[in-house]
Design a protein around this ligand. Sequence first.
Ligand SMILES: Cc1cc2nc3c(=O)[nH]c(=O)nc-3n(C[C@H](O)[C@H](O)[C@H](O)COP(=O)(O)OP(=O)(O)OC[C@H]3O[C@@H](n4cnc5c(N)ncnc54)[C@H](O)[C@@H]3O)c2cc1C
Length: 388
Amino acid sequence: MDQIFEDTATAFALKSDSELERAYFLFKMIANEPLVKMGTLMTNFAIKAHLPVEGLIRATVFDHFCGGVSEDDCLPVVDKLWSKGVHSVLDYSIEGKDTEDPLDNALHTILKIIDFVKEKEAIPFAVFKPSAYGRFSLFKKVNLKEKLTADEEIEWKRVVARLDKTCKKAYDLDVRLLIDAEESWIQDAADDLIESMMMKYNKERAIVFNTLQMYRWDRLEYLSALHERAKAVNFKIGIKVVRGAYMEKERERAERKGYKSPICKDKITTDENFDAAIAYSIDNLDDISIFAGTHNEESCYRLMQLMEENGIDKQDDHIVFGQLFGMSDHISFNLSHAGYNVAKYLPFGPVRDVMPYLIRRAEENTSVAGQTTRELSLLKKERKRRKI
Ligand SMILES: Cc1cc2nc3c(=O)[nH]c(=O)nc-3n(C[C@H](O)[C@H](O)[C@H](O)COP(=O)(O)OP(=O)(O)OC[C@H]3O[C@@H](n4cnc5c(N)ncnc54)[C@H](O)[C@@H]3O)c2cc1C
C-alpha cells in the first residue's frame, strides 16, 4: 500500500497557520503527564467553583476536540470537513447522568439530532451510548441477570422504549445509528437490547450498529455467533469495530474481584483480534457493514489492502473509516483524499458538560504515548513545510 498518511499538506489543509500552532502547543502540553494531571485537577476545581474558565477552555482544548455547544454551532465545522469529503458524526458528549430527567433529555437530544441530520449528506450517522438511556446500576443488574424489583421492571421498560423510539426514528428517516460500547459489566445487557433492535430495523440494510471492542478476547466468537443468528432470522449486522477504551479499568476490576480479565493478554493480541474482526466482516460484506473506528495506521492500511484484494469499491457504503475530531487528521483527510468513506466523531455540548470527554481525551493521549508523539511529529513536519 502507498504510505498515504505521510502527506501532511493534505492532512492539515483545513488548518490555518495559527490553528496549526494551537494544535502543536496543545499536544505538547498533553504529552506532559504531570501537567495533564494538574490541569485536570485545576479545571475540575474551577468548574465546580463556578470560576469563569469556560472562555479559556473553549479557546484551547474545546475548539480543538469539539464541534461546538449545539448542533447548529457545529455546522461551520461540519461544512469545513465536508469540503474535504469527510463526514461528521454529531456526538452529544454528556456522560454519567443517573436520574430520569437527563435520560429523557438524552433521548430528546438524540431524536433531535436524527431529525437535524436527515438528508444531510455530510452527517450520515447519529451516535449515543447505551448508558445515556438508563441508569448504569440498572444495566449492571440486568447484565447479571438478577431479578428486578417491580419498579425496576418499569424502569427497564422505559430504557427499552427509549432505545426503540430512537432506532425507529433512525429507520424511518434512513439515518444510520452507531451505539457505543462501554464497560464489560453492562455490555451483555446492551448487546442483547441492540441485537433485538437490529432484528427489527436491519431487515433491508444495517441501520443500527453495535460496537465491538476487540481488546476483549471473546468478541470474535461473539461476532460469528451473532452472524449465525442474523442469518437464521434474516437481519443485517452493523458493527463499529474498535479496540476499546476502558482497558485499565477492566483489568483493575477483574483483579480486584478475582475473575478472569476480559481483555486480551497484550497489545499484539488485541491488534490481531481487531484485524480478524475486520477480515471476517469483509468476507461477509453482504451481511455485515463496518465502521472501523481507529487511529491505528496499520489497521487502516490493512483494511485498504483487503478492499483492494477483494475488488471492493472505495465508496462501498458497507465500509466507513472513523476517527475522532481533533485526532489523526493525517488518517482521515488522506483517506478521504484517496476516495474512501471517512467520518469524524464530532462531540458537542455545553463546555461544562463536555469536560469529562475532554479530560478523557487528554488522559488517553497522555497514556497512548506513541499517538501523541506521532501527532507532534506530523505537526512539526507540516510547520516545517509551511516554513512557520
Ligand atoms: C470513531 C471512534 C469511535 C470509538 N468508539 C468507542 C466505543 O464505542 N467504545 C470504546 O470502548 N472505545 C471507542 N473508541 C476508542 C477506541 O476503542 C480506542 O481506545 C482508541 O481508538 C485507540 O485505539 P486505536 O485502534 O486507535 O489504536 P492503537 O493506539 O493502536 O491502540 C490502542 C488500544 O489498544 C489496546 N491496548 C493497548 N495496550 C494493550 C495491552 N497491553 N493489551 C491489550 N490491549 C491493549 C487498547 O484498546 C488501547 O486503547 C472509539 C474510537 C474511535 C476513533
